[in-house]
Design a protein around this ligand. Structure first.
Ligand code: HEC
Ligand SMILES: [Cu+2]
Length: 370
């Protein structure tokens, strides 16, 4: 009689292939970490407020590795040492108080030990932020960030600028429901992993986040709390500068928008104040027609309140736009004006009835706003 192979051995090849595929799939997920030069990682902290959680992570990882090796080692040892042998019978017993006590007390002690540095770090990071450091007000909108520097008189969007080597306190606020855009605001979370931990932003409530960067550099981040269709496109970029460069940036942002435009840019400037029909919108109670100027400030002339879109006074000085999703270039801005919801699902900017000529004039104007 032919010996049949046991079931596990017949499916072994299949399982090995399945396992290898799963491993490759998991490996591919590690490629989600953004661009090479500035990955979104908390494992490479660039400032003291990101370093503290990283130290905690290292301690936890070290303990976890020791536990893993001991537990898996014991398992493998038992599997080999007590494997099936002809004529040997398994011991039969029920419960073992000594082992159960050890397996309860040891993990409890490990967790209690871990809680000491964890709670300490939480209090260090969450304590009342110091009064004498620079503050930036951060307002989370669906799906973009507004940054107000009240001391410096600067308002910008999606790109945060800070001086390197010093603490900055972010005052995080959820936007009250936008007057023009109509819909209620939702919870967001601000996170630039190399500069600090994450902090939730709740409408009607102010929370604080302390950040700092040791060196000048560029750091990418992300809204970390699901907030609607374009949550994944709600990114943020931080630039840290030497004090000199930071002061220069402030000065540049405080300068009035360029005047005396000519050609396409001048035509675009006029279009900015013209009224266009709404082609499509995600906002239920919005108007049928708008000017760009209804929602966007360009100072002086079009001042900030109560406009609900990003301040465009120095739009061309930003490297990205629309939640730092797109590189700021003529093609992308044109695509944005043509069909905001096509490139950015759920965006509160309406699609206006613009011709291609009008779009290229508006792009020329926006690109002149340095
Ligand atoms: C009803 C209000 C509204 C109108 C009208 C409007 N926008 Fe917007 N706009 C917004 C909002 C809100 C955003 C942010 C949307 C987002 O990031 O998803 C935005 C974003 C932008 C941005 C990207 C800014 C940045 O830094 O991220 C540009 C450029 C822009 N709009 C240009 C225009 C132009 C040009 C017009 C006129 C043709 C116009 N907008 C009309 C509300 C409006
Ligand atoms: Cu979000």
């Amino acid at each position: 009689m032919a010996k049949t192979k046991p079931a596990y051995s017949r499916t072994f090849t299949g399982r090995a292939v399945g396992g290898a595929l799963t491993f490759l799939l998991l490996l591919s997920a590690t490629a989600c970490a953004g661009s090479e030069d500035a990955p979104q990682t908390s494992l490479d902290p660039a400032g003291e407020f990101a370093r503290a959680p990283d130290v905690l992570w290292n301690i936890t990882l070290a303990i976890a590795v020791v536990v893993f090796v001991l537990v898996e080692g014991a398992l493998v040892f038992a599997l080999i040492r007590f494997r099936h042998k002809e004529g040997r019978k398994a011991a039969q017993f029920h419960g073992n108080t000594k082992v159960e006590v050890v397996l309860t007390v040891v993990p409890a002690l490990i967790l209690a030990g871990l809680a000491i540095p964890t709670v300490g770090t939480i209090f260090d990071l969450q304590g009342d932020p110091p009064e004498d450091v620079m503050r930036v007000e951060v307002i989370a909108h669906q799906f973009w960030w507004e940054f107000n520097y009240s001391e410096q008189g600067v308002t910008t969007a999606n790109e945060l600028h800070i001086p390197a080597g010093q603490e900055v306190v972010l005052e995080l606020q959820g936007a009250a429901s936008d007057a023009v855009a109509g819909t209620a605001e939702v919870v967001h979370s601000f996170w630039i992993p190399r500069l600090s931990g994450a902090q939730d932003i709740v409408p009607g409530h102010t929370s604080f986040l302390r950040i700092s960067a040791d060196e000048p550099g560029r750091f990418v981040g992300q809204c970390k709390e699901f907030c609607g269709l374009s949550h994944a496109n709600m990114r943020v970029v931080a630039f840290s500068h030497t004090q000199e460069d930071f002061d220069a940036w402030v000065e540049e942002q405080n300068a009035p928008a360029v005047e005396n435009l000519s050609g396409d840019a001048a035509a675009g400037q006029e279009l900015f104040n013209e009224t266009f029909d709404v082609r499509s919108t995600v906002v239920e109670e919005g108007a049928d027609a708008y000017q760009c100027a209804s929602c966007h400030a360009v100072q002086p002339g079009l001042d900030a309140q109560p406009r609900t879109g990003p301040n465009l006074t120095h739009f061309a000085s930003r490297s990205t736009f629309a939640g730092a999703t797109f590189e700021n270039n003529a093609d992308n801005v044109a695509a944005w004006l043509r069909d905001p919801h096509g490139v950015r699902p759920g965006s509160k900017m309406p699609a206006l009835d613009l011709s291609e000529d009008q779009i290229s004039d508006l792009v020329a104007y926006l690109q002149s706003l340095e």
